[in-house]
Design a protein around this ligand. Structure first.
Ligand SMILES: Cc1cc2nc3c(=O)[nH]c(=O)nc-3n(C[C@H](O)[C@H](O)[C@H](O)COP(=O)(O)O)c2cc1C
Length: 153
């Protein structure tokens, strides 16, 4: 089974919850590990030589969470070969603006540890910072999982 890592930096649990939903589905086909970057180091990911990586990105102060961007940058220090397939998604509470995710896109595009980036991206709006996700999000998340399955193939 190919290895896929899903990483998040969830405070309120929104991006963790979606990460878990994705993990549950992908587990039928892949060897999936999921954790908060607070519990792991870049070395933990790299030693598994993962085929795929999914990065949950929360939006803080109109930007992609800097801590998870730093984590990816730090993976560059220890990686020996790029992770073939990398995808990302975002949770947020305000009306979506494309610039929210620009920082993460830039980080992934620059990172040597990142191979191909999934061209499709998921953003899930929360009713408020603590959640829950707005109505209709389950369908979007399901569609993203299908996209991921095609992309990770
Ligand atoms: C300090 C702070 C700042 C935030 N800033 C924004 C923001 O600028 N835009 C937005 O859409 N959501 C913002 N949010 C909402 C979070 O992006 C949203 O709650 C997200 O789902 C949190 O993810 P988590 O539950 O995985 O921690 C902010 C939340 C916090 C706590």
């Amino acid at each position: 089974m190919k290895k896929i890592w899903i990483i998040h930096n969830s405070l309120h649990g929104n991006s963790e919850q979606i990460s878990k939903t994705i993990a549950e589905d992908l587990k039928t086909t892949y060897d999936v590990s999921i954790d908060s970057i607070k519990n792991i180091t870049p070395e933990d990911i790299v030693k598994d030589d993962p085929y795929g990586l999914v990065v949950a990105t929360r939006i803080l102060a109109f930007r992609s969470d800097n801590e998870i961007r730093e984590f990816i940058k730090n993976m560059d220090r220890v990686i020996t070969k790029p992770i073939s397939k990398v995808a990302y998604f975002s949770t947020h509470a305000l009306r979506w603006k494309n610039f929210f995710i620009k920082g993460m896109t830039k980080t992934l595009e620059k990172a040597e540890c990142v191979g191909e980036i999934c061209p499709e991206f998921l953003e899930v709006k929360m009713e408020k910072a603590e959640g829950p996700a707005i109505e209709g999000s389950d369908v979007k998340i399901g569609e993203f999982i299908s996209t991921l399955r095609n992309f990770m193939n």
